[in-house]
Write a protein that binds this ligand. Structure first.
Ligand SMILES: [Zn+2]
Length: 89
């Protein structure tokens, strides 16, 4: 895999953990190419095929995705107030 930025060495695990956390968030948000999961990476809920098709590389079910969005918003992220109803369920 062209993972890019693997760092060897004694980086603080705490820092690394938060970076990984951030990366996971970015990945979940940006939907980089990659395979969609059939089941949520967080809760193992099945991800509907329609959602996987609409969001290539999707890793989370709608519940976990919303939770993540809410968490990011709390951290000063994007405060988007689009109608959730129009999103895939
Ligand atoms: Zn989930």
């Amino acid at each position: 895999m062209a993972g890019g930025w693997a760092k060897d060495g004694a980086v603080s695990e705490q820092i690394e953990a938060s970076i990984n956390d951030e990366l996971a968030r970015l990945k979940a948000r940006r939907q980089p190419r990659g395979e969609s999961l059939t089941h949520c990476a967080e809760c193992d809920e099945e991800i509907p095929e329609a959602r996987r098709t609409a969001l290539p590389g999707v890793k989370l079910c709608i519940d976990c995705m919303s939770e993540r969005d809410a968490t990011s918003a709390k951290r000063g992220g994007i405060n988007r107030r689009g109608s959730k109803d129009s999103q895939l369920k």
